[in-house]
Design a protein around this ligand. Structure first.
Ligand code: GTP
Ligand code: ZN
Length: 328
């Protein structure tokens, strides 16, 4: 990402060392709380907690230069928060994240690209046909969700064109909510899962994600335009994530530019933790066991054999753990 200069760059920075934090991180008692709803080349569009209608453009303050700030981050702003055109606030603090959805450019690349912070739910949007479903990609999304601390939801679109039963069966052992949509169909089941939560919508091109966003968020295109306009970067249409407000309460983050999930940095342990029933059994595995293939040394196999774990769930877990390195 291009590094931006801001007014703090001319200030002499205190030397790093064992000084009290207040020296390089002043108290900023006057700072106001906001959430980042859009990012464009070093400029951040922020929505104030106290004035949800106000979008404020901001840059990172000097002490924040090494801190990544992404959509969904909760931040503290100082300076001009009027939202007036051409004026910039400064981000002086980023609150601790509750979750991070990340990807890497590809599986061999260890560099993580965090995409969205603090989301509760990852909605994996997949058409039952046209384009044909890609279970490999769904599995990768599931791994990214479990790894990042988000609860996945599978949203199957275009159920007017084909029967979703095979996909529903494939994902049943995972126990995640599966909802279906079709033109004119009601969205209540999905809305119930999204209301008052922060959710991220991911879907491969053509699956009907824009159609869904437009149904969930009235005037979604205008709302996206407003978020992108605040950073003042001309007519550039951002392909980055944008956080939109749900009328029912809650936030939906659209991720237009994300085409796939590279899983270079995923921790198998974090994925395993999402399978509570199996995680307990895995405690009896040999140290370093990857749990990937049936083996006398993997306690997951004995747990299934002894009736303490479900074979279909173990197969699903192994499929997910094996997605790393497999092409989507
Ligand atoms: N039959 C049917 N068509 C749908 C449904 N949802 C979306 N479509 C159509 O599928 C096509 C793709 O929908 P979009 O919403 O643009 O898909 P997208 O996932 O946003 O695709 P990109 O914009 O390329 O990222 C459009 O022609 C939609 O009208 C559905 O539930 N049933
Ligand atoms: Zn094992």
């Amino acid at each position: 990402m291009a590094r931006e200069l801001d007014e703090d760059d001319v200030r002499v920075r205190p030397s790093r060392g064992s000084r009290p934090r207040t020296r390089d991180r002043p108290d900023h008692a006057e700072a106001v709380a906001a959430v980042v709803v859009g990012v464009d080349r070093g400029r951040y569009t922020c929505r104030l907690d106290t004035m949800a209608d106000r979008l404020v453009a901001a840059v990172r303050g000097g002490s924040m230069r090494r801190t990544s700030v992404i959509v969904g981050d909760r931040v503290a702003l100082v300076g001009d928060v009027s939202g007036a055109a051409g004026l910039l606030a400064r981000i002086v603090r980023r609150e601790e994240r509750t979750s991070v959805l990340r990807r890497t450019p590809d599986d061999s690349d260890p560099v993580e690209r965090p995409i969205v912070a603090n989301a509760d739910v990852l909605v994996i949007v997949c058409a039952v046909t046209d384009p044909p479903p890609r279970p490999g990609l769904i599995d990768r999304c599931l791994v990214a969700a479990y790894d990042g601390g988000l609860s996945p939801v599978l949203c199957l679109t275009k159920t007017d064109l084909a029967d979703p039963a095979a996909l529903v069966d494939l994902y049943r052992p995972l126990g995640l909510p599966v909802v279906t949509t079709r033109p004119g169909g009601d969205l209540r089941a999905l809305l119930e899962l999204l209301t008052n939560r922060v959710s991220v919508l991911f879907g491969h091109s053509g699956v009907g994600k824009s159609t869904l966003v437009n149904r969930l968020v009235p005037a979604a295109d205008r709302a996206i335009g407003e978020v992108n306009a605040v950073t003042g970067r001309g007519r550039h249409t951002s392909s980055a994530a944008v956080a939109l407000r749900l009328p029912q309460g809650g936030t939906v983050v659209d991720t237009p530019g994300v085409r796939s999930f590279g899983l270079g940095a995923v921790s198998p342990d974090r994925v395993l933790r999402a399978f509570e029933d199996l995680a307990a059994a895995a405690a009896h595995c040999q140290p370093g066991c990857q749990h990937l293939a049936p083996s006398p040394d993997c306690a997951l196999d004995s747990a299934v054999r002894d009736g303490h774990a479900d074979a279909a769930r173990l197969a699903s877990l192994r499929r997910l753990l094996g997605t790393r390195g497999a092409s989507p």
